[in-house]
Write a protein that binds this ligand. Structure first.
Ligand code: NAD
Length: 352
């Protein structure tokens, strides 16, 4: 075993079906008396239900969270938090809502209590992102890591099948890249492998019956582990490519699921131990092929062409993704990355 550094990320996790009932007690534990509740417009109703359950502990609600945290919305939400005299943010939603809570926490001392309802994993990371003038900037700051996370699988029952599948593959992508991260370690690798196992086993069940609470519970458990992996290990080519493609307006989770088998193929010869662990946790011998097969069973889009990527933009995306060096198992070079993106655009199964 090589020497390593392990940095535990401090957060308290309440996990299990029905655990949202513990929200008032968890707010008390944080010393919070005036919580600002956040969501997207689509989850306004869930927010109202949580707000009712909180009674006087709820200082107000803000339901304008949007993908990639536009800076104007962040500023508006910060203003609302100040005007209400909020002493805590409760985020009820996916990565977009958690991201808005992080934007508030970044410029204040407000703690975040996160209630995730997708498998994106942001609630477990000190990573934030803000978009200004079409450009998304990300950073790390300990202040944005939620203090408490309530994982209630019941709140994921309403996540549509296609979104569940893509979001779950987004989580698997965190685990895969943690397994070959330049700064990875054996503890995070344990979590990453277990995360892939839990998600790969549960996602087909979630897709066939979205109200299967056991499958939902297993998937959310996998997503938690994946979030820890994302927050603890440096991500590589796959996440870089998805970040770049996000700049072209592509949807977050779907882009991750489409690119993943191709990014894995790119790295497979340079990261054989990681690939063996992925294959072991999904089943099969060839990890990129096993991921691709799992995705085809889930019935999600398999081609970048299907989620709005224009063929003429492929070269530009490959250029942006390769202009600055970053750690990756295999050297990141324009020609092979262009081939990777072409394969993802066409949705070809990576050759074993
Ligand atoms: P999202 O939060 O944008 O949610 C997608 C849609 O699904 C929204 O309309 C939302 O309201 C709806 N939704 C969420 N949960 C639902 C449920 N249970 N039932 C019904 N509808 C539901 O999507 P996401 O994929 O969770 O997050 C993507 C964003 O998060 C991106 O901006 C990404 O960059 C960011 N992200 C950040 C980190 C980080 O560590 N900072 C990690 C992962 C993702």
């Amino acid at each position: 075993m090589n020497p390593f550094v392990y940095n535990g990320l401090p957060s308290r996790v309440i996990f299990g079906a029905g655990s949202i009932a513990q929200l008032p007690a968890e707010l008390d534990r944080l010393g919070a008396k005036r919580a600002l509740l956040l969501s997207t417009p689509e989850q306004k109703q869930s927010l109202q239900e949580v707000s009712k359950a909180l009674g006087a502990r709820c200082a107000g609600t803000y339901d304008k969270a949007a993908m990639h945290v536009p800076v104007e919305i962040a500023e508006d939400a910060r203003r609302v938090a100040r005007e209400l005299g909020a002493d805590c943010c409760v985020t009820v939603g996916g990565g977009s809502t958690t991201g808005l809570g992080k934007a508030i926490a970044l410029t204040s001392t407000l703690p975040i209590l996160a209630v995730p309802t997708t498998y994106a994993g942001s609630e477990m990371t000190p990573i934030y992102g803000l978009t200004e003038g079409g450009l998304k900037k990300t950073g790390r700051d300990a202040r944005v890591l939620p203090k408490t996370v309530i994982y209630d699988p019941k709140l994921t029952l309403s996540l549509p099948a296609a979104m569940s599948a893509a979001s779950g593959m987004n989580a698997i992508a965190h685990c895969v890249e943690a397994l070959y991260a330049h700064d990875g370690n054996p503890i995070i690798s344990l979590m990453a492998e277990e995360g892939i196992r839990a998600l790969a086993a549960s996602l087909p069940r979630v897709v066939s019956d979205g109200r299967d609470i056991e499958a939902r519970t297993d998937a959310l458990y996998g997503a938690w582990l994946a979030g820890v992996a994302l927050g603890s290990a440096g991500m590589a080519l796959h996440h870089k490519l998805c970040h770049v493609l996000g700049g072209f307006g592509l949807p977050h989770a779907e882009t991750h699921s489409i690119v993943l088998p191709h990014a894995m193929k790119y790295n497979s010869a340079a990261a054989p131990a990681a690939m063996a662990r992925v294959a072991r946790s999904i089943g099969g011998n060839d990890a990129p092929g096993a991921v691709w097969d799992l995705e085809s069973r889930l019935g999600i889009p398999m081609r970048l062409a299907d989620v709005g990527m224009k063929q003429v933009d492929i070269e530009r995306a490959a250029k942006i993704a390769t202009e600055a060096p970053y750690p990756n198992p295999r050297k990141v070079e324009y020609g092979p990355v262009l081939e990777l993106l072409k394969a993802a655009w066409e949705g070809r199964r990576p050759a074993g």
